[in-house]
Write a protein that binds this ligand. Structure first.
Ligand code: F0G
Length: 418
């Protein structure tokens, strides 16, 4: 076989990787399969070599595992990756170890850059002039940035009007994408973009494009590399359209096949109470997905009721002995405040995962002697209104209210209690 092929996740039919294709003829999602034995005949050698490559862009460092078919001269990178893995165990002794992988420290401040380096580079290789996505904010920012960095490529983004933060909206506009607000929710935008790309020659870069998923495998792979390939017991991940949990799981399976790791972590996917289709399915023994109209949540990036990558996600969660949990709005906002307070600025979607880890630990599903990594998916600065509103409201447990005084030394002294 050629190094990489598309393969249907249900009927196993294969397609040429050079084809522009997002689904099988049977309608199911595809995944990219690489002949890793051919690309990496000696995994032990590669493992040693990787240690000398920390100075390299993450996509290049792990390219043999991520997407070996991409010609390097087509790579469009904004220096994504090499994100910090914070050890916060001393603050949370209820865990044997708790580490936070901060994917908000990427160029457009979210983990989506990991996927776009693969997706936009592949679009560049295929010679696509127009790329498009539907988005709750972060995918559009990343796609617009990488399209902007590519010669002769135009980004088009479809956003649910009024449902994304001002900082998220500013990104695609500034990066030069055609930005279209639509009077619907994310699921509505997603349907439209699928219908459009079935008819017209515009390259789709949502996570149903399985090439993008290959780039996102780097999040888990890099974390394990930072841990010297010592596998923690759990990875906890916020879930919206369910592409990221699928990507991280696929990367781990490939590392296991290569013998880089000798055990698999468990996966925990976390959603909000009002947007919980994956949770409902999990609770009912992985019953069929029942699409929801997702309710508004502070975690607006995961306000998704009909996740496109549902089947892939379920497959990974089963394989990794995983669980799915939900958290309330108060839980996610209080945990955001507590992590922000440590100097680690996180978005409300990331704090869904933190709150989930805490809940699973409290309920005894994550045990006290276990090691846990939580994936933080975007930076707090993308959602500054959420923080300002929280801290204004003294009914919130961790609110840090601002003071407002007249320009007068005595008033200042009195405000400081001096
Ligand atoms: N966290 C953030 C910050 C996100 O932007 C998203 C998804 C997720 C978590 C969930 O990841 O969809 O792979 O399960 N945002 C998409 C977007 C939907 O359009 O930006 P997922």
């Amino acid at each position: 076989m050629s190094i990489s092929v598309f393969k249907c996740i249900t009927c196993n039919k294969e397609f040429d990787i050079q084809e522009i294709r997002y689904r099988c003829d049977c309608g199911e999602l595809l995944e990219v399969i690489h002949d890793l034995q051919q690309v990496i005949p000696n995994p032990a050698d590669l493992k040693v070599k990787l240690d000398g490559k920390w100075g390299e862009v993450a996509f290049k460092r792990y390219q043999d595992i991520l997407f070996p078919s991409l010609p390097l001269e087509k790579l469009i990178t904004l220096q994504e990756g090499n994100t910090p893995l914070y050890d916060v165990t001393p603050k949370f002794p209820q865990f044997n170890s708790l580490k936070l992988k901060h994917e908000g420290m990427n160029p457009t401040l979210s983990f989506k850059d990991r996927g776009m380096v693969a997706g936009v580079s592949w679009a560049n290789h295929l010679g696509c002039d127009n790329v498009i996505c539907a988005s709750t904010g972060d995918t559009s920012a990343a796609m617009a940035a990488y399209a902007g960095a590519t010669p002769n490529m135009k980004g088009i983004v479809l956003l649910p009007k009024g449902k994304i933060s001002p900082e998220q909206l500013a990104q695609p506009i500034s990066f030069g994408a055609l930005t279209i607000g639509i009077e619907t929710d994310f699921d509505g935008c997603m349907k439209l973009v699928q219908n459009l790309t079935e008819k017209h020659n515009i390259y789709l870069l949502n996570s149903m494009n399985s090439v993008r998923i290959e780039g996102q495998k780097a999040i888990g792979i890099e974390t394990l590399h930072q841990l010297n390939w010592k596998v923690p017991d759990w990875f906890v991940i916020p879930v919206g359209n369910a592409g990221n949990i699928s990507a991280i799981g696929k990367g781990f399976r490939e590392l296991y096949e290569l013998g880089f790791i000798d055990k698999l972590p468990r996966l925990a996917g976390i959603q909000t109470e009002g947007a919980s289709p994956l949770y409902e399915s999990f609770k009912n023994g992985y019953s069929e997905l029942v699409p929801q109209t997702a309710k508004p949540t502070k975690a607006s990036a995961i306000q998704i009721g009909d996740p496109v990558s549902y089947k892939k996600a379920i497959r990974e969660i089963k394989q990794f002995d995983g669980v799915v949990e939900i958290v309330s709005e108060t839980e996610l906002m209080d945990w955001k405040a507590q992590i922000d307070r440590l100097g680690i600025s996180i978005c409300p979607n990331s704090s869904v995962a933190v709150a989930g880890a805490m809940k699973l630990n409290r309920d005894g599903i994550i045990k006290q002697n276990e090691e846990v990594v939580v994936i933080l998916t975007a930076h707090g600065s993308k959602f500054s209104n959420t923080s300002v509103e929280y801290h204004k409201d003294k009914t919130y447990q961790f609110a840090n209210q601002t003071l407002s005084i007249t320009p007068n030394l005595e008033t200042l002294e009195s405000a400081l209690g001096l």
